[in-house]
Unconditional design. Structure first.
Length: 289
């Protein structure tokens, strides 16, 4: 019974194995990005960028239908364009970057939904907004795996300046000029991983598998390496459990994955060893000298 419920779907159906492989790739690449977004207090920036890619993906859909490369290229172009425009507006007018991004992402979301609605049906719109990881083909899986590999390689290169800038940007500016390039490369990784998640979970849920695991890790460790490892495991577990839940019930796969991650987040808020509610209410006894 346990085997049939938890393992059977993946041994019996190829589409479930592809979905699980995609979830693992998204977890390995997206969760570390989410941890750095949280450390840099840019979590809402990730959400804004997730909406910013929609017009480009919608234009790709308008020109080529549900074509993988057209929608991916459109999403990347739109994401980079919004990031650059928001930065230019923030630096030229004195408007805070988060406020500038909020304006652009609201306009982008409305424009993207309008474009999809012009040509597509309600089913197409739901596919773009919420994705369908169970319908992933080999081509899409290869793109997701390739983007995840690029993310890990680039993250390894910029890891040191990224960590220092997250903790003490002033110190980094005094000893090195790597902060600016590292920040730009990090924003590029955010866009790439949001487009990656868009292929599987849709625009509205793509950021969820980045931010929620990072929030979970925050309640279990203060060490950055441990936080990244916990976030990756939490994302992978959420993906696996969400796929099983979706297979056994009528809950769509994307929302099921995010719901499982939300449950893990609530558990972490309650029982986490670093700042969890119960930990604060009943602190452990400390050794006294």
């Amino acid at each position: 019974m346990v085997y049939d419920a938890l393992i059977g779907p993946f041994t019996e159906f190829e589409f479930m194995r592809r979905a699980l492989a995609a979830v693992i790739a998204l977890s390995l690449a997206g969760a570390p990005i989410g941890v750095f977004l949280m450390l840099r207090r840019m979590s809402l920036v990730g959400d804004a960028m997730a909406h910013a890619i929609l017009p480009g993906a919608a234009v790709g859909f308008l020109l080529s239908g549900l074509n993988l490369f057209a929608m991916t290229a459109g999403g990347l172009i739109a994401g980079f364009a919004v990031a650059i425009l928001a930065g230019l507006v923030a630096r030229s007018t004195g408007l805070k970057e988060d406020a500038s991004l909020a304006t652009f992402y609201l306009a982008s979301l409305a424009l993207g939904v309008t474009i999809v609605s012009i040509k597509g049906t309600n089913i197409d719109l739901l596919h773009v907004l919420f994705g369908n990881i169970l319908a992933m083909d080999d081509q899409t899986l290869l793109v997701v795996a390739f983007n995840a590999t690029i993310t890990l390689l680039v993250l390894a290169v910029i890891y040191r300046p990224l960590v220092i800038e997250s903790v003490d940007p002033l110190f980094l500016r005094t000893v090195s000029r790597a902060g600016g390039p590292a920040h730009l490369a990090f924003l590029a990784l955010v866009v790439i991983n949001l487009v990656n998640g868009f292929q599987s979970l849709g625009t509205l849920l793509a950021v969820g598998l980045m931010i929620l695991p990072a929030g979970i890790a925050r309640f279990w460790s203060r060490d950055l390496t441990a936080m990244i490892c916990i976030a990756v495991v939490a994302a992978a577990v959420s993906g696996y459990a969400g796929l099983v839940l979706s297979f056994q019930t009528r809950v769509p796969s994307g929302p099921a994955i995010i719901l499982v991650a939300s449950v893990l987040y609530i558990v972490s808020v309650l029982f986490g060893r670093v700042g969890g509610i119960l930990r604060q209410l009943f602190p452990g006894r400390h050794l006294e000298a």
